[in-house]
Ligand binder design. Structure first.
Ligand code: RAM
Length: 329
């Protein structure tokens, strides 16, 4: 920031640019790197980050990411942000390890790096913001599956995002921890749709063909859950196979109406983007405060010794409330 400020001051002197204000140079620029562009979940998070920037007054969000959910694409986005001399980077990672070298380089250059939603290796960021307690998210997904499967239970499959998404992998581990408490549920497969609508759809159709007695698909991804619901409807399996997991009310209301989804969960993605932006900004102002960060309207968020913090609890949506929340995110 200081370097940019002196460069701008020099430019003002040399070229007589009296209008280059100190305020513009003081703007804190935060690169918000998402798993991929075109994902409604991240677009809602972007809106929250922009709200935080407005509230802060001297902050700017640079929303970026690859068109597909690859680590390579994210490395390109991060390189571009470094070339723009941003002050902070807040990333939801497609791969915790592949991004580590470039993020460490960014930190060596003074850029404050955090991860949010999907974490990176601990030494490649200052803190990581989980949307909620990972154990709670995993337990909630299985509880929703058990509820919809009823007393008789049945076969369960998981449709995840990419195999290297740290958030989905942690949630799946948490699901497996509670599954022994649900003897009526039988986890028979885990497949990956890579947070691509068409691949998630194809993987679901393949699951339906491979396991004719499948009862529930748990998709802990907002892209996967929509594709799975659509596939169940298109294959004429409504009422026989149910889809649950994590998704956006705005993208699932129609599928709740269609009956392929009875209930699902999510935290507020607008709040998550807002919080990530606030935390990244605060670290540029007070880099030593990494344990207890004031996050505007969300209140304080505390981070443990490993730098992990959680925002808030997920909320459950069903026919009674999905249309109301569909107007928000
Ligand atoms: C997708 C992404 C994101 C996840 C949500 C629930 O949009 O995989 O990382 O948090 O689903």
């Amino acid at each position: 920031m200081k370097f940019r400020k002196s460069l701008l001051a020099a430019a003002a002197l040399v070229f007589g640019l009296a209008t280059v204000s100190a305020q513009a140079a003081d703007t804190v620029r935060v690169g918000l790197v998402v798993k991929s562009l075109g994902n409604g979940f991240f677009e809602a998070a972007r809106d929250g980050a922009m709200e935080a920037a407005k509230e802060l007054g001297n902050a700017e969000v640079i929303y970026t990411g690859p068109t597909s959910t690859t680590a390579e694409g994210q490395i390109e986005s991060i390189n571009a942000l470094m070339a723009q001399h941003v002050d902070a980077i807040a990333v939801s990672a497609n791969d915790p390890d592949a991004l580590a070298p470039i993020l460490k380089r960014a930190m060596q250059r003074g850029i404050k790096v955090i991860s949010w939603d999907s974490g990176v290796a601990q030494d490649a960021r200052i803190v990581h913001l989980n949307p909620s307690s990972n154990a709670l998210i995993g337990a909630m997904c299985i509880k929703l599956a058990a509820d919809v499967a009823g007393q008789d239970g049945g076969k369960l499959a998981i449709l995840s995002a990419t195999p290297t998404s740290s958030n989905q992998n942690i949630w799946i581990d948490e699901m497996k921890k509670v599954l022994p408490d649900y003897s009526q549920l039988d986890l028979i497969d885990t497949v990956y749709g890579d947070d691509l609508a068409d691949k998630s759809y194809r993987e679901t159709v393949a699951l339906l063909k491979k396991y004719p007695d499948l009862k529930v698909i748990v998709a802990p991804t907002s892209v996967g859950i929509v594709a799975a619901a659509q596939a169940v409807e298109d294959q004429g399996q409504v009422g026989k196979v149910y889809v649950t997991g994590l998704g956006l009310p705005s993208e699932l209301a129609g599928h709740v109406d269609a009956g392929s989804v009875k209930s699902f969960a999510i935290w507020n993605p607008i709040d998550l983007g807002y919080s990530a932006m606030m935390i990244a900004y605060k670290l540029t102002q007070d880099p030593k405060e990494t344990q207890f960060i004031e996050v505007g309207r969300m209140g304080p968020i505390s981070f443990d010794a490993d730098g992990n913090g959680a925002m808030s609890d997920p909320f459950i949506y069903d026919a009674s409330n999905v249309h109301k929340f569909a107007k928000i995110f």
